[in-house]
Ligand binder design. Structure first.
Ligand code: WTA
Length: 635
């Protein structure tokens, strides 16, 4: 039996049982055999979910880039580590070998040092999907700086909030980015954000689009000349296993975004192990995850997990619709991609287009297909299976979160029989529980409840940056001694899990987590708006779209509603980013509220989804009459 690489179902069950019987032994064997440590740990695991405190491999020392790069140099130095596919298909792809990656990361790391970045400093990375993004991430890890990557689709305000929350000293960006036919002025967004970030000392600017930008003389520097002059070698900083590796922001149901903090040793072990098994990765494979490195999927399964296994990982700068809807399949054919990992929203969007875009490509290199980010509906699953996988590629429906660091529930391809819309079985070491509303665990099969995890795993986030109390309240207070995921799930007759969706006020739109509160805050800042509430409703491509109910101040009553709607969406774009725009905006005289003043989102969700027959009891509302008014004017 191989613990590290599971190949069939019986082996999965054996490994799983072993991982539950003695988790410490299980993880320490994997950690010891498959990674380079500068010093071994004193204890494998210490944990207490009430504090909460979780520590893996305490006392151990390592550098994650030594594991992701240096140790591969001897055996696979000339193998492609990062395969960069540019936005424009006529621009040549770049094959960055492990040797070249080593050189580029070392040079970048030396630049960071020369610019005064030290171990523990926070560096904000706001870059498009170009090689410099992965290299910047690794360069930070090389010297022990904590990277905070912000997805380059966020607005200036959202960027500023994230920079200030973790007190970043430096921002790494580019002159611009390409997205299909569009060019986006990233540096302009950074300039605007930094008006609110007095503590940022340095901005490094990578050249990508060759646009004319403003360089602030005391603050901004072009990256390339600094790299050209940097030393070739940079010894990895020796880190404790529990030293922070990165912060990554995710939306919460209330207030400002949560800076999830991940640490070094456990994160490395878990992402590498899960990558190997979930994608059945083999030495000659070409693996491609279409996510952006600005999200956790990109951190764990474009950068760290694949590189820790010495894999070839594709980085794609563009979008699935440019130059046409066959672009994904072009890339699969061109680079002979073996594992392809994407989001249901992309599958649904492509399934709407002419099937010729798929069938006129040779996809025979594919072995495993994956999805992540939101529930996949049955129709999309079958389309993916029939046309992309040609019924010979298992689909891994991988459930996990920014907070979990790595995939927790997923089939192991060629081992776990798949079932459409089911994430199936927990990964080794993962102990899921379904809880009822009274806080009791629901035992047995054919049940549903709130999804919790009852035992720590190595890659779980350790805290919310600067706010441990919020970490405890959000994840460890709903159910005693459990990590609460915020998701609902059901367990079928054989014990397979199906994730049914969020049970809190997070809405997933096109695979992106959006909290209701920050969007409502953005709407309420409009001078004509008195109050607002947003809910999700089903959308055939995005999964969910946003429906906003807006109460106007008296002064707003007389204004043109179409213009107001546009202004509200403009406001959201500026505060958060275009991903949070509302599909529908209904101006209402009031919002249904409980006697304690809480908005009854359940009712608003039903109205937005056109399910008004069964609204439940509305008589206890403070203002029941408003419900019928909203229904009558629903969009
Ligand atoms: C949802 C993305 C159903 C879920 C890695 C979770 C999923 C949230 C799946 C985390 C899946 C993710 N099936 N739902 N396979 N994968 N989700 O933090 O609601 O961006 O809580 O991490 O996405 O989103 P996040």
């Amino acid at each position: 039996m191989s613990t590290y690489h599971i190949k069939h179902l019986e082996e999965y069950f054996q490994v799983y049982r072993k991982s539950i019987r003695n988790p410490e032994l299980f993880w320490s064997e994997i950690a010891e055999e498959h990674f380079v440590w500068r010093k071994k740990w004193d204890t494998v695991l210490e944990w207490d979910f009430t504090k909460p405190e979780v520590k893996w491999f305490e006392g151990a020392q390592l550098n994650i880039t030594e594991n992701c790069i240096d140790r591969h140099l001897r055996v696979r130095g000339d193998k492609t580590a990062i395969l960069f596919e540019p936005n424009d298909p006529s621009e040549e792809a770049q094959h960055i070998t492990y040797k070249q990656l080593h050189e580029r990361v070392c040079k970048f790391a030396n630049v960071l040092k020369e610019q005064g970045i030290e171990k523990g400093d926070r560096v904000c990375i706001y870059l498009p999907m170009i090689p410099e993004l992965a290299i910047a991430v690794l360069a930070c890890a090389r010297i022990g700086a904590i990277h905070s990557v912000v997805f380059a689709g966020f607005s200036a305000t959202a960027l500023a909030t994230r920079i200030n929350d973790c007190d970043a000293k430096m921002v790494i960006t580019s002159d611009g980015s390409y997205r299909g036919t569009k060019t986006i002025d990233l540096k302009g967004i950074v300039d605007e954000a930094l008006e609110q970030c007095p503590r940022v000392q340095t901005v490094l600017v990578a050249k990508r689009v060759n646009s004319k930008i403003n360089m602030h003389p005391d603050r901004d520097q072009w990256l390339q000349p600094l790299l050209d002059n940097a030393y070739l070698d940079c010894d990895p900083e020796i880190m404790d296993a529990e030293d922070p590796l990165f912060i990554l922001y995710t939306s919460g149901s209330t207030g400002k975004p949560k800076g999830m903090m991940h640490t070094t040793g456990g994160y490395m072990v878990y992402t590498a192990y899960s990558f190997k098994n979930v994608f059945q990765y083999q030495e000659e494979d070409v693996y491609w995850c279409t996510a952006d490195i600005g999200w956790i999927t990109g951190h764990s399964y474009i950068v760290y997990g694949p590189l820790a296994n010495g894999a070839t990982t594709v980085m794609f700068e563009g979008i699935p619709s440019y130059p046409d809807f066959g672009r994904f399949w072009d890339i699969v054919q061109k680079h002979k991609v073996t594992q392809f990992y994407t989001a249901p929203t992309a599958i649904r969007a492509l399934a709407k287009e002419n099937l010729d875009y798929v069938t006129n490509h040779d996809l025979s290199s594919l072995k495993v297909l994956g999805t992540v980010g939101e529930p996949i509906n049955e129709e999309a699953w079958h389309w993916y299976n029939d046309h992309v996988g040609q019924k010979k590629c298992p689909i891994v429906d991988t459930w996990w979160q920014t907070e979990t660091g790595g995939i927790l529930i997923s089939p192991i391809p060629f081992a776990t029989p798949t079932k459409p819309t089911y994430a199936t079985l927990p990964m080794p070491g993962i102990q899921p529980a379904l809880m009822d509303e009274e806080g009791q665990e629901i035992m047995g099969n054919q049940v549903d409840g709130r999804l919790c995890i009852k035992f720590p795993w190595p890659s779980m986030a350790r805290t919310i940056w600067g706010n441990h109390e919020r970490y405890r309240d959000t994840y460890f207070s709903a159910f005693k001694n459990q990590y609460f995921t915020g998701d609902g799930a059901l367990r079928d007759e054989v014990g397979y899990y199906r994730i049914t969706g969020r049970v809190d006020d997070v809405i997933i739109v096109s695979g992106h987590n959006l909290g209701t509160a920050p969007i409502e805050d953005a709407i309420n800042e409009h001078p004509a708006v008195a109050e607002s509430a947003i809910v999700g409703f089903p959308h055939d491509v995005k999964g969910n779209a946003l429906y906003g109910y807006v109460i106007l101040k008296e002064t707003g009553e007389y204004r043109d509603r179409n213009n107001l709607s546009k202004e509200i969406n403009q406001q959201i774009t500026e505060r958060i980013g275009p991903i949070a725009k509302l599909d529908k905006i209904q101006f209402v005289p009031g919002l249904p509220k409980t006697r304690s003043g809480k908005i009854m989102r359940r009712i608003l969700r039903k109205i937005a989804s056109k399910e008004t027959e069964n609204l439940g009891d509305t008589s206890t509302l403070l203002n029941p009459e408003v419900v019928q008014q909203i229904i009558d004017e629903a969009l």
